[in-house]
Design a protein around this ligand. Structure first.
Ligand SMILES: Nc1ncnc2c1ncn2[C@@H]1O[C@H](COP(=O)(O)OP(=O)(O)OP(=O)(O)O)[C@@H](O)[C@H]1O
Length: 361
């Protein structure tokens, strides 16, 4: 029995959909259940919560048995927090009242410390006396997340917590989610169909396709696999983690240290040594055989071609690795014509010119 894992095996049949998974997931960090609409993400989350029950299943969280066949621990006895797409706060209670209610529901003696920590993490101290209709959508979600955390769950389940928010509100709330990620020990299962959110928040990605887990692995690895549908998407991108090396205030630029190399990006509001993630879209990367001379492009990275795949009639997706030891993955989308003209081959050394770096900030 593994005490640091989430082991989930379920088989479920609906008339027009079946789900079949056997997952062994890390018991820490954020694991994204990622995939198209209808791929079974919410159903899987609800099975884990016990809100949907099937006899054919087993679930262990940190070694604790939540289900073994027909022995199913009811939802209210599972130490979990659940955050829905739209916050499910009681309209007649203040934010404080909602938090207190959440704690009573699970029979937890009021744990002041957990509550205070949740309030602090989500930055809702000044909102506690307001009722839900006096809060913005993003603020309501922050209260809902704090309520889920205040009961000190052993697992936090989040079902597209940002889906109902507009872009501005999403940007507001994302830093709080990142704080959860950085400061909490509680593992999070996070349902999303947004590559942006997943790239920004997830340590591990479970790619769901038609009720099956098509791929599982670190976010950077899954996103750069050419055999998966995400690579075919217009938004296909590589995720790169780097540390802030320096700021150049005169030009409003920040220099990042990435494994075995450097990237220059628009000025980031972070301290030196902070870790950040950036996303480089395949469509923003072009390839050259020789190191380009004078160029307006800031980031030119020596790279090696790992794999190439024709994705449309005219296009080829190229997977590269850059940096010493070739640890950093990169994707480039080029035309078939360019591939042939440059006579590109797997294993070849090239220069990747990065036209833009999407900042996940
Ligand atoms: N109670 C149910 N009875 C029958 N079919 C269902 C039921 N609940 C879900 N389904 C079907 O199961 C499939 C998976 O649904 P699910 O909500 O898990 O997908 P999802 O990946 O979370 O999608 P979305 O991103 O749109 O929320 C869908 O085809 C849905 O119609």
């Amino acid at each position: 029995m593994k005490t640091d894992r989430i082991e989930a095996r379920f088989h479920l049949d609906y008339p027009e959909f079946s789900l079949d998974v056997d997952l062994d997931l890390p018991g820490r960090g954020v694991t994204a259940l990622f995939g198209h609409s209808g791929s079974g993400k919410t159903t899987l989350l609800r099975l884990i919560a016990g809100l949907v029950q099937v006899r054919e299943g087993s679930l262990r969280v940190h070694g604790e048995v939540w289900q073994e066949g027909q022995h199913i621990l009811p939802t209210h006895k599972r130490p979990l927090g659940y955050v829905f797409q739209e916050s499910s706060l009681f309209p007649h209670l203040t934010a404080r009242g909602n938090l207190a209610y959440g704690m009573k529901r699970v029979g937890n003696a009021m744990n002041r410390q957990a509550l205070d920590q949740a309030v602090e993490l989500l930055g809702i101290g000044h909102l506690l006396d307001r009722r839900p209709h006096q809060l913005s959508g993003g603020e309501r979600q922050r209260v809902a997340i704090a309520r889920a955390l205040a009961v000190q769950p052993r697992l936090l389940l989040m079902d597209e917590p940002l889906a109902a928010l507009d872009l501005k509100r999403k940007q507001e709330i994302l830093p709080y989610l990142e704080r959860l990620h950085d400061q909490l020990e509680i593992p999070v299962l996070y349902v999303s169909h947004s590559p942006d959110e997943v790239a920004r928040l997830a340590d591990t990605v479970v790619l769901m396709e038609q009720g099956r887990a098509r791929a599982i692995g670190p976010a950077a690895e899954v996103f750069s696999r050419l055999d998966l549908a995400i690579a075919l998407d217009q938004d296909a991108s590589a995720i790169i983690e780097g540390a802030i090396l320096s700021h150049d205030d005169a030009y409003a630029l920040t220099r990042l240290e990435i494994p075995g190399g450097h990237l220059t990006v628009a000025r980031l509001d972070h301290d030196i040594h902070d870790l950040v993630r950036v996303r480089i879209h395949a469509r923003d990367v072009s390839l050259a055989l020789d190191e380009p001379g004078a160029s307006s492009i800031l980031n030119i990275l020596p790279a090696r071609i790992l794999e190439m795949r024709e994705i449309e009639q005219a296009q080829v997706l190229v997977k590269l690795c850059t940096g010493a030891g070739g640890k950093t993955p990169l994707l480039a989308r080029i035309t078939r014509h360019s591939r042939d003209r440059l006579q590109l081959q797997e294993g070849q050394s090239v220069f990747a010119q990065v036209k833009a770096v999407a900042l996940m900030d």
